[in-house]
Design a protein around this ligand. Structure first.
Ligand code: FCB
Length: 436
């Protein structure tokens, strides 16, 4: 009974993970096309070239959303469809696709919840320095203005970026995501320019899109120390700093965390932190697991450990709904965002179609129920929870793991692209119908 009556029930996706049609209607190359084409980067040599073929099948998928009773659909706009060469020339055919998608959603009473950047940087921008360069932040604002001007009459909720931590660290320091760079200096620069371009884009969207409520999506994780030993507690604080405070502090307090600035030097110029901390209308939280950490034996920073007490998903991520509750309460207490959405939450398990042709995904169903319960408890404790988006509507391209991980509440039979709602789909439908 604790969720507000206008609580938004949604499902989330991202362009490169579902659309396919990478060469159609003038789309340019993205860093993920390039990364997938580089041998050894993505499991099985998979790519998003076809994915779920959402680009052509979106009417069928919106019919599924309607059957689900979905209130809102979180998707992302593929920047290289709009700016095939990163900046300058606008590709109207790319805008037309999102125009049709938005209209079809609205015709079915589903609120479109677009994200401007879910990792598919135009390759042309990467070639000129990518997110390590301020010029990419400037190009992002140009893109935000163009999309805002075209869709802003119908969009009420805009997300600038998805998970800057992942782009910065997995993509720029560890090389496991596009663009595949391996430099901590690049990671810190990328994180800064992502945050900066977010702040600039908030202003740009408010200028061109009259209904704009604007937010950003962060991946955040509750961090527990393995023991009360001071070294483990320090490790947990450092982990929390790297994963959470590095983004939350500048966005909400206008400063990077002092304890980490001793080691990392973001390329801050005058006015950047003011821009980054431009007030937002909502914060989106993506959360899948918590971290348990201890101090490394060699003094090398936090070391993640597995607590054997808790079940793990096919991603080897811990199932710990209490972590989501703790996280939401803490974010509300320390940062006081005006509104909070869980913009992604869900689980991969090794689904199979059984003899009755259905997918009985008991673990995913339990995962979703227990995490929605955590959201409900947070709301009951006064956290301004406005919505929950399950990741994901469809099984899809899971980045460097290709199609080997299934997160959908709808199963995709990749050889035929048939959609098969899993048991979790029907359970989520019932939760939505009953206001959870
Ligand atoms: C998040 C991403 C999303 C998806 C899920 C499983 O980090 O935002 O695209 O891959 O993880």
């Amino acid at each position: 009974m604790s969720l507000p009556s206008d609580f938004v029930w949604g499902a989330a996706t991202a362009a490169y993970q579902i659309e396919g049609a990478v060469d159609e209607d003038g789309r340019g190359e993205s860093v993920w096309d390039r990364f997938c084409a580089t041998p050894g980067k993505v499991r099985n040599g998979d790519s998003g070239a076809v994915a779920c073929d959402f680009y052509h099948r979106y009417p069928e998928d919106i019919a599924l959303m309607r059957e689900l009773g979905l209130h809102a659909f979180r998707f992302s706009i593929a920047w290289p469809r709009i700016f095939p060469t990163g900046s300058g020339r606008v590709n109207e055919a790319g805008l037309d696709f999102y125009d049709r998608l938005v209209d079809e959603l609205l015709a079915n009473n589903i609120t479109p919840f677009p994200t401007l950047f879910h990792w598919d940087t135009p390759q042309a921008l990467e070639d000129a320095g990518g997110w390590t360069s301020r010029a990419t932040a400037e190009a992002f604002v140009e893109y935000a203005e163009v999309v805002g001007a075209r869709l802003g009459d119908r969009i009420t909720h805009w997300v600038t970026h998805n998970e800057p931590w992942v782009v910065a660290w997995i993509g720029h320091a560890w090389g496991q995501h596009a663009p595949g760079r391996t430099s901590e200096t690049d990671a810190i620069a990328a994180a800064h320019h992502l945050l900066l371009s977010h702040g600039w884009a908030v202003d740009a969207l408010r200028r061109v899109a009259p209904k704009a409520e604007v937010g950003i999506v962060l991946n955040l994780e509750h961090v527990d120390a393995r023991s009360d030993a001071p070294a483990d507690l320090d490790a947990a604080r450092e982990m929390d700093g790297m994963a959470n405070r590095w983004y939350l502090d500048p966005l909400f307090h206008g400063a990077y965390p002092a304890d980490l600035l001793e080691r990392y030097k973001p390329p801050v110029q005058d006015g950047d932190l003011e821009a980054i901390s431009t007030p937002i209308d909502f914060l989106g939280v993506n959360n899948y697991f918590r971290f348990v950490v201890e101090a490394s034996s060699n003094g090398g920073g936090p070391h993640v450990v597995h607590d054997p007490e808790w079940e793990r998903t096919d991603m080897d991520w811990e199932v710990y709904p209490e972590g989501l509750y703790q996280l939401l309460v803490r974010v509300a207490r320390d940062y006081d965002p005006p509104a909070l959405y869980v913009t992604e939450n869900g689980a991969a398990f090794g689904d199979v179609r059984s003899h009755d042709a259905r997918v009985h995904d008991l673990e995913r169903t339990a995962y979703i129920e227990s995490h929605i319960d955590a959201v409900r408890r947070a709301a009951a404790d006064g956290v301004p929870m406005k919505g929950y988006f399950v990741w994901s509507l469809l099984d899809n391209f899971e980045w460097s793991l290709g199609y080997s991980k299934r997160f959908g509440i709808v199963y995709i039979d990749y050889p035929t692209l048939e959609r098969v709602p899993k048991d979790s789909f029907y359970r989520y439908r019932d939760l939505i119908a009953n206001g959870a």
